[in-house]
Every structure is written in structure tokens, then in C-alpha cells.
Design a protein around this ligand. Structure first.
Ligand code: CNA
Length: 237
């Protein structure tokens, strides 16, 4: 049996699949990831992208932060691809209990997934840091310079920047879903960003599947590894 056949069999036999996804799930929708050859980290900027999207940079140079954010991190007008859609279908069929994602693009929900734990937040939610008023992503896109609320406060995307902590409630729900999963599919992530990557350690089953074009530090721990394009794999499922 080849790897995709094994994967198909395991999916058919499972009823509490958890998908743990990263930026690689959305590259086939047209959104660049961070670490692929054509990803954001391999493009030339005045500062390393890791610095620009850190909390201290956001505080020190907000105008620069928002220019970069609008140009490179605000992926509006993109559509879910086959991977997002298959995961949503499995949830509707009662086979998948949750998607735990590092993505901030909202594409899992756009594909129809309901239970999505967004470890790193979402570009679709934005709040005034002073009065907590909500703003949609279009407000950030259409603003100039540092986006300001009517009260004068800065409107900040609900996205977890480097140096910022994860939302505890989201982490706890993710851990609960992963702990009770009978299969875990890790897809499109380099598994280098912590603490998110460490959540894999909560999986206790024997069907840990890694689907990623490049190798990851967890390859040797997985029960099945596919170094393939997600679109190629998921279009067969
Ligand atoms: P990453 O470190 O850029 O890794 C992505 C991985 O996906 C790489 O190892 C690639 O080999 C793999 N990959 C890319 N395209 C495909 C494909 N079509 N098929 C199979 N494998 C593929 O991204 P991570 O998610 O691991 O890093 C975590 C960061 C990236 C999170 O904080 C995210 O918020 C952030 N990010 C999110 C988005 C988004 O929301 N779409 C985009 C860019 C970065």
C-alpha cells in the first residue's frame, strides 16, 4: 500500500481527527508562507520579518509595522483550496473534531470549518487598544499610517506577534482536542514556531501523520510522513 492509501484507510477508520495546520495549507490559495524558498523570510526587507512582526517593533515603529502588515500579512480576497475544503467536509461528516491552526487568514472558516482554534489569532479581528471597539480587516487595509479608533486609540490586529503570549483558552481547547484525537494530521507547517509546535506532544494515539513539502524536526516521531504538496494529497482523499 502506498502512503496515500494508508492515509485513506486511517481516515476511513477514524472519528476524532485533529488537523494541525500551518501556512503551507494556504500557499495553494496564493498566500505565501514564511519559510519556503518563495516565502516571506526569503524576500529582502529593511529589517528581518521576524523583527518587524514582533511586539517591541510594533510599539517602537508602528507606522513601519502597519505598512509591512498591510502589504504582506493582510490576505483578504483569497479563497480556500482543496485542503481547507476536505477538512471542512470531514468535520461535517463527523470524522474531524477540530482544526488547530497557526494561520491567521480565516480560510478554514471560509471553507466551512466550524471548530477552528486559531493559536495565532486572525487578521479578520481588530480591536482598539484603548476602548476595545471592534474593527473589520477592511478598516486596517483602507487606513493610512497607524490605524486609529474614533476614541484616538490604536487599532491592533488580533494577531499574536513574536514576544506575545498565546490565548490560554485557545491553547487549552486545542490541547483537549489533541489529547482525545484518534488521528492527528499535521499539515503545511515547518514546526519551528513555539509554543504552537509543542502541542503535537499532547497527541497520544498511533496515527500521527505529517504532510509537508520540506522535512520537519518531528518527521522521525510521525507514524506516516508525506513530503508532498498538500493539494496533490488532499485531492486524492
Ligand atoms: P512556515 O514556517 O512558513 O512553514 C510552512 C511549511 O509549509 C514549510 O515547511 C513548507 O515546506 C510547507 N509547505 C508550503 N506550501 C506547501 C504545500 N503546498 N504543500 C505541502 N507543504 C507546503 O509556516 P508555519 O505555519 O510553520 O509557521 C508558523 C507561522 C507562519 C505562524 O505564526 C503563522 O501565523 C504564520 N503565517 C501564516 C500565514 C497564513 O495565515 N496563511 C501565512 C504566512 C505565515
Amino acid at each position: 500500500m502506498d502512503n496515500v492509501e494508508i492515509l485513506k484507510k486511517w481516515v476511513a477508520e477514524s472519528s476524532r481527527i485533529v488537523a494541525f495546520t500551518g501556512a503551507g495549507v494556504s500557499t495553494e490559495s496564493g498566500i505565501p508562507d514564511f519559510r519556503s524558498v518563495d516565502g516571506l523570510y526569503n524576500q529582502k526587507f529593511e529589517y528581518p520579518p521576524e523583527s518587524i512582526i514582533s511586539h517591541s517593533f510594533y510599539l517602537q515603529r508602528p507606522a513601519y509595522f502597519f505598512r509591512f502588515y498591510r502589504e504582506k500579512m493582510l490576505p483578504l480576497d483569497f479563497e480556500p483550496n482543496i485542503t481547507h475544503k476536505v477538512l471542512a467536509k470531514w468535520e461535517a461528516q463527523g470524522k474531524l473534531s477540530a482544526v488547530v491552526t497557526q494561520n491567521i487568514d480565516g480560510l478554514h472558516q471560509k471553507a466551512g470549518s466550524k471548530k477552528v482554534y486559531e493559536l495565532h489569532g486572525s487578521v479578520l479581528r481588530n480591536y482598539c487598544t484603548r476602548c476595545r471597539k471592534f474593527y473589520p480587516a477592511e478598516f486596517i487595509r483602507d487606513s493610512v499610517g497607524v490605524p486609529k479608533c474614533t476614541c484616538g486609540g490604536t487599532v491592533k490586529p488580533d494577531v499574536v506577534l513574536y514576544e506575545e503570549g498565546l490565548d490560554q483558552d485557545t491553547v487549552e481547547k486545542s490541547v483537549m482536542a489533541i489529547r482525545s484525537a484518534d488521528m492527528m494530521i499535521v499539515a503545511g507547517t515547518s514546526l519551528t514556531v513555539y509554543p504552537a509546535a509543542g502541542l503535537i506532544n499532547y497527541y497520544r494515539g498511533s496515527r500521527l501523520v505529517l504532510i509537508n513539502r520540506d522535512e520537519t524536526p518531528y518527521d522521525s516521531r510521525a507514524d506516516l510522513v508525506l513530503h508532498e504538496s498538500l493539494g496533490d494529497v488532499f485531492s486524492q482523499l
